[in-house]
Ligand binder design. Structure first.
Ligand code: AMP
Ligand code: MG
Length: 341
């Protein structure tokens, strides 16, 4: 294995899929599930769900049963949105060509379609067959040949999906829907709702780096979220931002990647070519109240690239973004520094 590949794998293991490190300023004072922080009770649980390491931390209210319900909810959504789990509803849709779907799946596909439209197809949730060929999450990822890629690309295109009531139809039965660029954000929003309904108004939901900060820290201060330094250990941050009632989501080349024959491949695909986007970006982090928007927009902005991505973010209300270019330069959207530093 080439040294660079080994290096990437080593880093990937260290990162455990996490794009961001939450730096709650006093969070390291104890290791058990219960504790007190600035006089407020803290309760935290980490588990492997949604194909990633996820942590939910509650401050001042809630109990272990509620924490467990958060993870249960994630598992229930996984059984709806997973492209790979043969028990999931999305899997059934992909293999049936069309069917009546649940309200949740309908809502997420509709939102994905809205972002596809907004981004003129940069966000393409029909790239499932292409992602599958690369196998970014598998033990043996590989780059498809030009012929394989061309065959799979025949069946992509967000306009190949029609929605009528709760009936979703794949106009091209060969299309494979992949909601991986938006599902974790949507699920984080649902977990936040569950917490609010149960009297928790201060919490951090971290689904593998898809972060949602509910309310503020128990002492009333903003939460601090560290943005990961690309390719480095998760504890090394390139910027720290201050947020309350905001989500922070990063799309980065280092999150799922591999090297083959000296070529670096990452998981954010150009919907025109089916190849990893090569536009000089390493990562884009988006900050906004709703996590589903952050998740979708971080992918959208990555695919659009620095100039068009910044223009889009600047046109949207309550959305901030920072782009990291290959020279490790940071490029902020309008108002970012005032709002978040
Ligand atoms: P994210 O980490 O949120 O940017 O999502 C990346 C994931 O979304 C990939 O692992 C693919 O499953 C899928 N994906 C890749 N390229 C695109 C794209 N252009 N539009 C929508 N989803 C994509
Ligand atoms: Mg995304």
């Amino acid at each position: 294995m080439p040294a660079a590949t080994k290096n990437i794998y080593k880093k990937l293991i260290k990162l455990t899929f996490s794009a961001m490190l939450i730096l709650c300023l006093t969070a390291c004072s104890f290791s058990g599930p219960f504790g007190a922080e600035n006089g407020a009770e803290k309760l935290s649980k980490t588990d492997f769900v949604l194909d990633t390491v996820s942590t939910v931390t509650l401050y001042g209210a809630g109990d272990e049963a509620l924490l467990e319900r958060c993870f249960q909810l994630c598992r229930e959504y996984e059984l709806i949105f997973s492209r790979t789990d043969s028990r999931s509803e999305l899997y059934a849709l992909n293999h049936s060509g069309g069917m009546a779907v649940s309200d949740e799946l309908l809502e997420l596909i509709t939102l994905a379609r809205d972002y596809a439209e907004l981004s003129h197809g940069a966000f393409d949730f029909t790239l499932g067959a292409v992602s599958e060929m690369y196998g970014f999450s598998s033990d043996s990822p590989r780059a498809p040949s030009d012929a394989e890629l061309a065959a799979a690309m025949e069946h992509t295109g967000w306009e190949k999906v029609s929605i009528d009531g709760n009936i979703v139809t794949l106009i091209d039965p060969g299309a494979v829907l992949d909601l991986g660029a938006i599902a974790k954000g949507y699920i984080a929003d649902r977990v936040a709702e569950l917490l609010l309904e149960n009297g928790v108004d201060s919490a951090i939901i971290n689904l593998g780096g898809n972060v949602l900060c509910l309310g503020s820290r128990p002492d009333g201060e903003d939460f601090t979220v560290g943005l990961q330094y690309p390719f480095e250990d998760v504890s090394r941050t390139i910027a720290n931002i201050r947020v309350r009632d905001m989500s922070v989501v990063t799309s980065g080349v280092y999150q799922r990647c591999f090297e083959q024959d000296g070529v670096f491949y990452h998981h954010i695909l150009d919907p025109v070519t089916g190849r990893p986007c090569e536009n000089g970006l390493l990562a884009v982090s988006v900050v906004s109240p709703r996590s589903a928007d952050c998740d979708a927009l971080s992918t959208v902005c990555f695919v659009l690239g620095l100039e068009d991505g910044l223009e889009l973010v600047d046109s949207l209300e309550d959305v901030y973004a920072v782009f990291i270019t290959e020279d490790y330069g940071l490029h902020y959207s309008k108002g970012f520094e005032d709002a978040l530093f």
